[in-house]
Design a protein around this ligand. Structure first.
Ligand code: OXD
Ligand code: MN
Length: 597
């Protein structure tokens, strides 16, 4: 095998992979346009991709996964740290030796008759002090083409790596796409990821959830930085100043929409604007001036298609107009373009559904997901460079200074529209207790609360009690330069169950209050849970909402919060003696504050 590097650890691992997988061919992916074009053609020939209408959607393709393989598989995702205790109570664990043996026996010889693609990639701008290197081997052209969008793939990555051993090994093999033998495994102490028997994005684009969150969260813990499930946006005021915010919401709570928000017209006219730095992942390190700096380690968006339209997220839709791979959406045979529920009201008359079967719009019933043309978790993989509001800082390696961290989730009655934590430690408490309610969109009971600390429940690569402790230590290091921590809830409902807050672009009104608080410009009322805005400080210009309605969603209800505190206590029991003392104290404070209400 001719190598592209003299790095001994890379070459040794690649030789091991070749011996294990026994491919017929080996191809290094270099990130060039020519190679990408050739791979697209090959994928079309292999039937892995369908070429879409190149006039309307230049460089765009459609892919359909095996119907048994359409989402991340949390129950088959493992953190194989040396001890079970270090994976903690929120992760599946298996002894690493046992798991290596099992995975190697599944993967053995699985590239026979196939090509082993070697993808050298950087998470973060190549050479940035916040970036890290990975190498993924895969037998899937679809994975290669997605990685070319989602990460920075280049042989230059190998130059930057030099002889260092600080790189993440990623083995992906599609094998037979057998759900019974599907495993997504992480070996944090070995910088290694192995994914077998899947071809779905989050399980196989190993730079994303596997590296940039599960492995990187562990690295950040060991090395003194943070890898978080957060969007990053820049809010520009009429003076042209930009303040950066990072926000963590559980999956499907609108991170991509907030990251690409278009402000209401009256604010646009004044000169307000949002710049997108990232929509899913944030790596944050303390900079030379003592502030927290963030990069988006990704290079594209792996967004949920259904519900994306020119009103809900104009910028995301624009991002998908060229060089995009669509996965499991519907194919409109009339003009060879794509369609999904919520794109527009024109249900295609002549279309194939996400499985490739003819789709009958007459049988479509919104409430029954099995009648959908696009799979509810269908996706677009779009280059970040396509986004009309991409920040000019996106490609710069230094990162952006974070003024505020925002947590949030779907809570019909509990959390107010927005509140500020009392300080960093209180903010860590707020994040550790984060929760979201299930919606009618997913199978199962509606309104069930799932605790998802910092939106990292499926993504934290070590014991979550240690993760909370790491947050507390980062706060100590940051001292008075620490970002302020807030919580938002766009999803409060009235007695009829309707959302009260309009959300989308109007969330800008809340972001403005948050920035004003960071700059000491806005007042607030101290409550049992933190600082809540004075109703008059949330700007309702041009909005059909009266003060009483606004007050109703800023309210902190004693009974609801007393129940919430009890649930947090239950949730905390999981972490045993690894739950930091400070957080138990925070819970005790909350209870005492509520008792005084
Ligand atoms: C995602 C997720 O795909 O959080 O971003 O599930
Ligand atoms: Mn995500």
């Amino acid at each position: 095998m001719t190598s592209k590097t003299s790095n001994p650890t890379v070459n040794k691992w690649l030789q091991e992979m070749k011996d294990l997988l026994t491919p017929d061919n080996i191809v290094w992916i270099d990130g060039s346009d020519e190679q990408r074009e050739a791979l697209r053609e090959e994928a079309v020939k292999l039937g892995e991709l369908t070429k879409l209408n190149q006039e309307k959607l230049p460089g765009c393709y459609l892919h359909r996964t095996n119907p048994n393989d359409v989402a991340r598989v949390e129950d088959r995702t493992f953190i194989c740290s040396k001890t079970k205790e270090n994976a903690g109570p929120t992760n599946n664990w298996c002894d690493p030796d046992e798991m290596y043996e099992k995975l190697y026996s599944i993967a053995k010889g699985s590239y026979k008759g196939r090509t082993m693609y070697i993808i050298p990639y950087s998470m973060g701008p190549i050479g940035s002090p916040l970036a890290k290197v990975g190498i993924e081997v895969t037998d899937s052209v679809y994975v290669v083409l997605n990685m070319l969008i989602m990460t920075r793939v280049s042989l230059k990555v190998l130059e930057v790596l030099g002889d260092s051993n600080d790189w993440v090994r990623g083995l992906h093999s599609r094998c037979d796409v057998d759900p019974e033998k599907r495993y997504i495994c992480h070996f944090p102490e070995d910088n290694t990821i192995i994914s077998v028997n899947s071809g779905y994005g989050g399980n196989v684009l190993l730079g994303k959830k596997c590296f940039a969150l599960r492995i990187a969260s562990y690295q950040g813990w060991k090395e003194g930085w943070m890898a978080e499930h957060m969007l990053i946006l820049g809010l520009q005021n009429p003076k042209g100043e930009v303040k950066y915010v990072a926000a963590a919401f559980p999956s499907a709570c609108g991170k991509t929409n907030l990251a690409m928000l278009i402000p209401p017209e009256y604010l646009r006219k004044k000169g307000y604007k949002i710049w997108t730095v990232g929509d899913d992942i944030s790596w944050m390190k303390i900079g030379p001036d003592g502030r927290l700096y963030a990069i988006n380690p990704e290079n594209g968006f792996f967004g949920v298609a259904p519900g994306t339209n020119e009103h809900s997220n104009f910028n995301a839709l624009e991002s998908t107009k060229k060089d995009t791979i669509f996965t499991n959406v519907a194919l409109d045979l009339n003009d060879n373009t794509v369609w999904w529920e919520g794109l527009n009201k024109n249900l295609p008359e002549n279309a194939l559904d996400w499985k490739g079967n003819p789709w009958d719009p007459a049988k479509f019933n919104k409430a029954d997901k099995t009648t959908c043309a696009a799979h509810p978790n269908s996706r677009f993989t779009a280059p970040a460079a396509n986004c009309p509001c991409i920040s000019e800082e996106f490609d710069k390696g230094a990162g952006v200074p974070i003024s505020a961290i925002i947590f949030g989730g779907r809570r019909a009655k509990c959390a107010p529209l927005v509140y500020q934590s009392k300080d960093w430690v209180n903010g860590v408490f707020v994040g550790s207790a984060m929760a979201s309610e299930t919606t009618a969109a997913a199978a199962g009971a509606v309104g069930v609360v799932r605790r998802d600390p910092m939106a990292m429940l499926p993504f934290c690569g070590y014991h979550m009690g240690d993760y909370f402790q790491h947050w507390l230590e980062m706060g100590e290091k940051l001292g008075d330069k620490a970002p302020k921590i807030f919580n938002v809830n766009w999803f409060r409902t009235d007695d009829e169950g309707n959302f009260v807050w309009p959300g989308f672009g109007d969330n800008m009104r809340v972001l403005n209050w948050i920035i004003d608080r960071c700059e000491g410009k806005a007042d607030a009322t101290e409550t049992a849970i933190g600082y809540v805005p004075k109703p008059e400080d949330i700007d309702l210009t041009d909005l059909d909402m009266d003060m009483d309605t606004l007050k109703s969603i800023l309210k902190v209800d004693k009974d609801v919060w007393t129940k919430e505190a009890e649930e947090i206590e239950e949730h905390y029991k999981k972490f045993g003696d690894r739950l930091p003392e400070e957080l138990s104290e925070q819970l005790a404070n909350l209870k005492a504050n509520l008792a005084k209400m």
